[in-house]
Structure formats: structure tokens, C-alpha cells
Write a new protein. Sequence first.
Lengths: 250, 250
Amino acid sequence: MTTNFYAPPSALRGQRVVLPAEEARHVRTVLRGEEGDEITVVDGRGGWYRVEITHLTPEQGVGTIVEQRKDVGEPAVDVTVGLGVLTKRSRFETFVEKAVELGVRRIVPLRTERTERDSIREERLRKVMVAAMKQCRRSRLPGLAPPQSPAALVEAAETERTLVCHADGEAVPIWQAVTETRWAASALVLVGPEGGFAPAEVSSIVGAGGTPVSLGARRLRAETAGLAALHAVVGAHGAAEPGGQNRQSG
Amino acid sequence: MTTNFYAPPSALRGQRVVLPAEEARHVRTVLRGEEGDEITVVDGRGGWYRVEITHLTPEQGVGTIVEQRKDVGEPAVDVTVGLGVLTKRSRFETFVEKAVELGVRRIVPLRTERTERDSIREERLRKVMVAAMKQCRRSRLPGLAPPQSPAALVEAAETERTLVCHADGEAVPIWQAVTETRWAASALVLVGPEGGFAPAEVSSIVGAGGTPVSLGARRLRAETAGLAALHAVVGAHGAAEPGGQNRQSG
């Protein structure tokens, strides 16, 4: 089987799984699945299930759980990324897809001094996130918060470490920062929109305990910076990741 | 100034720079530049120049070099990434843009057993590469090779280390592999197309000295895998990068 299927927790009762109509259709038409076949279902909350299909019609798919695991495909660290709402929606979408693949736990669109757009296409982004979760075979669906200010996010976040991407004299290379945070169980990474954070925004984040980090000698686009920082944080915990059964593919 | 300008080596004679027409137009119309202003020009071969504009018409820009440096924005490691030609062209384009930002030195589209497309849009990709080079403020324009087989690339490459993204029993986590290769001056990273490499292709790369690496517990899309592996290799050398004067921005 090439992909996981998604059924929210409400679709699971005891050993019985009722696939949402769209997922059932996918089993039939794309995979040409039949009763008796086994598929992998995740509930988006860390639940991972091997399911035998017992009943399959054009509109419905019902199955029985034959194996159950927890947090398959999940990183050892809980990372929230706050990224400025980007003017180009396709760039925010690219970020979202790849952040899910790279193991983000929560995405928070930021309204900052220099953002030129207020809103995100929430429904569209959630679809991208579900597709990426299934495709990359993780078991948690990352959260997508409503757009908010960096100050509100920093105040509400309960993460152990906060990193803000903003290279200036005081910034430490992220590779150094993530080695220091190696044993932090959770991290918040903040990245500005296209024009970066305003200096006052950075001061306020640093004042609240954030560490300014730089991502190397090149000036990365906002969405690239978010992905690079996320990857560095998750990677520093890589050795601790369970499973490691990934296979690269499209 | 928010971006660098590009003038190939042939446009530089002594202290004199003649900007290509398109770049001169950009100075005038986008930046509202005037004679006497200073801009940063890179030649795509590692040359970095601070240039005072001495003559600016709608079709032409001429300037004098006032400062000259070498390899500004370049990583300490020479990384070639071979990535299977992707069925979705926009995904290959996303890879190319972000690989330039993350410091790739050479991109090689691969024709493999499972690629479903033979060709790339070379002209389009070169434009993306030039724009990314200018935007991220590096001074070298990475190379773009013609599509070829992994075997041909591995045979021709003169890199010290070869990593092939293909998690199986023998794969080592990339974070471990890049620590081992920390002092290698050059690396070749190979990533298959959407469906991954065929087992025989991996065997042949490993037979030629390649190390199979895994990228964590999630199955990454091909272009994400290429970027993640590149970032890990460049990042392991991050401490050695000159400059580090990046500023995140769009």
C-alpha cells in the first residue's frame, strides 16, 4: 500500500473503523482495494492502525483493527512554527506541505508589522496538511492556528525553547542553538514574513526569552527559513526518533 | 539595497561593469536607482562587487567597482544533488529554487528506472536559479547538468563522499552520516524520483562507494528529501561558513 488513510477518532469504535466516504472511494478507485485487503489508517492524534477491510461499497468502507500502534512517524520533539502570512499564497502552501513532512506539530500564521496580507485559506491548507500527513506516513495531523501576532503566540506557547530567525550581531548559528536545545522536548520557531520581523518585534521576542538564530550565509526566503529551522530542530533530535522506517518517495 | 545584481564575467573589464539590459532596467524601474548609487553585483563565479553606478539609461547601466570580494554567501562544502526528474514540473522548480538558497553547487536531473518524464525545462530552471542566487545573496550560480543516469553521475563525480537517500535496513541516519563527513570538502547526494530508486540502482550506487542514508521516520516527497539532505550536509559544515551575514527575508 502506498499511502495511509485518515479516519478521525470519531470514526473508530472499539475494533471497528468506518472510513469517511472520500477515503473509502480512494481505497476502491485508486488502490482497487477489496474486502479482505489490509490498509493503514491513522487518526491524526497519534493513533496508527492496521485495518482489514470487511465491507466496501462505493460510498462506505468498514474495517477491523488487527494491529494498533502509537505515534508512528512522529518526531521526538514537539515543534511549533510561527511564520508570517506570506503575500504569495502558494509559498505559504509549499511551507505547510513540507513542514508536515518534516515533522512540525503546530503551524501558526503570524500577523506582523510587515505582513501585507491578513488571512490564510484555512480550508485549503487543512486539505494540504491531511494529504501530507497521509503521504509521509505520520500519525498526527499538525495543528493550524488562526493568524495572530508574534507577541500573542510567544505568550501563549508552553514550549521550552523559543528560537527567532533573525540574523544580526547577536544571532547564533542555528546548528549551535539546536545542539544546546538537544534535550528540550518542545520548541517554538518564529520566522517573519517576506520582509522579516521589525527590530521591535525581535526585541520583544528576545525579551520574552527567545534566542535569535541565523541560518547561514545566505538570505533565505521566509518559507525556506521556516523549513530549514524546523529541519534543524527535528534533526538534532533525529537520533531519538522512533522507527526510522521512512522510504523516500513522491 | 534589497537584492544583488547579476553580470556574467564577460561584462566585467578591469574596474568597469556593464550591466546586462535587464539588470539595468531593474536598477532604474524597481529600485529607482540613479547615477552615483551603489549596488552589489555578483558574477555567478564567486566574484562579488560593490559597484558605483556611473551611467544609467533605460537600456544600459555602467558602473565602477569600488570593492571586490570572493565567494560571499557560499557554503564551505561543495554539494552536488542528483534528483530524479519529477513528473510534476512545479515540484522540480520548487526544489531548484530552494536548493540554490540552501547552497547547492550543482543540480543534476536524473533519469532513473522509475522516472516518468525525460526532460526538464532548462531555460525556465536557469531563470529560477539566477533569481534565487540574486535574492539569497550568494555569489555563485550553481550548475545545471543535462538529465543523465545515476550511474553516469556517480562515475563522473569527483566528490569525496556520496550519499544516496534510500532508507532500508542498512541506511544510516543522515545526521550521523554528515557528522562523519564533516571534513569532506565535497559531497554528492542522490535522490530518486517520486517512486524512489529501484533496488538495483541503489546497489550499484552503494557498490561504487555510496552510503545509503535515511532522513527520519517520515517518508519525504522526493524534492523535500533532496532539500533536507542538502541542508543537513551544508549545515554540518555551517560553523565553517564564512560571513554568516544572512538576514531572513522574502
